[in-house]
Design a protein around this ligand. Structure first.
Ligand code: 13P
Length: 293
């Protein structure tokens, strides 16, 4: 009898960890990646959480600053807590791309599991200073802090991947060592949103960065990256992937269609009942691409 098959470890995506920091360290060591989705309200939050629960995987949900500010971090945290009561999988809440220390502090005080301080638009020294301030504030609460090095460009713009936009391994090492930040988003050629041409991921740069620091790394701009590139980058040290645009464009497209069909009688829960399965389908598709082993 061939016993080899019995010895192949089953890769798990639903493990419990004593802390999110431990999850990330283990994910980096075992070449796994936490799927993280940008959400905007209770409806797309519900779609992401249900999709992850049905596929039995840990998941992260992220609020961009306008979402956190409009809903308030306190309310969003309560929403996530409500979903945690009715679902068995681990759901982690993250503040994405905050350019201010104050919003990070407010999210930490509200009970977020993780915050990103995005100093990618300022000098390395200034980036280090603001990242350190957030790391110090987050430490007693055990909240994970993400920093960014390099520039991950915005929606609809040409994908720029010259050296000005890529993260340098030296800069990542310097920021990591000076701040003790938990996870680092690194510019390696991806861009946020749909891009006119396929993003070209600079795997050599990713290798240099992964060799320079033990920190779990974060891949931004998850919409539109081919599955093979996502999976290769996970095996090279990407331990969190951010996926946003495909969620909100699916949400808006189908909501618009349903509202047009319903006309003056459009009623939010009836509209959303039709839209939620569409969002869940794209989220499941992305979850399968990330949890591929
Ligand atoms: P996409 O919008 O390309 O999926 O990227 C999301 C992201 O990186 C959020 O930080």
């Amino acid at each position: 009898m061939d016993t080899a098959i019995n010895t192949i470890p089953t890769v798990k995506y639903n493990q419990n960890y004593s802390s999110l920091k431990d999850l990330f360290l283990d994910y980096r060591a075992t070449q796994r990646c936490l799927p993280a989705f940008n959400v905007n309200d209770n409806y797309d939050l519900k779609a992401v959480v249900e999709a992850a629960n049905e596929l039995d995987t840990n998941v992260m949900v992220m609020t961009y600053p306008p979402v956190a500010e409009l809903n308030t971090p306190e309310v969003f945290k309560s929403l996530v807590d409500g979903f945690k009561k009715i679902h068995k999988n681990n759901i982690y809440l993250h503040l994405d791309h905050s350019t201010t220390v104050d919003l990070c502090k407010r999210a930490i005080d509200s009970g977020y599991d993780s915050v990103m301080i995005d100093g990618s638009q300022v000098s390395l020294q200034e980036n280090i200073k603001m990242t350190k301030e957030v790391v110090d504030y987050a430490s007693s609460a055990g909240v994970v802090v993400e920093a960014e090095i390099g520039k991950i460009m915005g929606r609809g713009v040409e994908v720029k991947c010259d050296d000005d936009f890529l993260a340098s391994a030296n800069d990542v090492k310097q920021l990591y060592e000076a701040t003790g930040v938990d996870i680092v988003a690194v510019g390696i050629g991806t861009a946020h949103g749909f891009t006119p041409t396929e993003p070209k991921i600079h795997f050599n740069r990713l290798r240099e960065i992964a060799e320079a620091v033990p920190a779990p790394l974060v891949l931004h701009g998850g919409t539109g990256i081919p599955d093979g590139d996502i999976q290769k980058s996970i095996t090279m040290g990407m331990s969190k992937i951010n996926i946003g645009t495909i969620v909100h464009t699916t949400y808006m497209k189908y909501a618009f269609e349903e509202i047009q069909k319903a006309g003056d009688g459009a009623y939010p829960p009836f509209i959303m009942k039709e839209v939620l399965p569409k969002i869940k389908a794209v989220v499941k598709d992305r979850l399968r691409a990330v949890n591929f082993k």
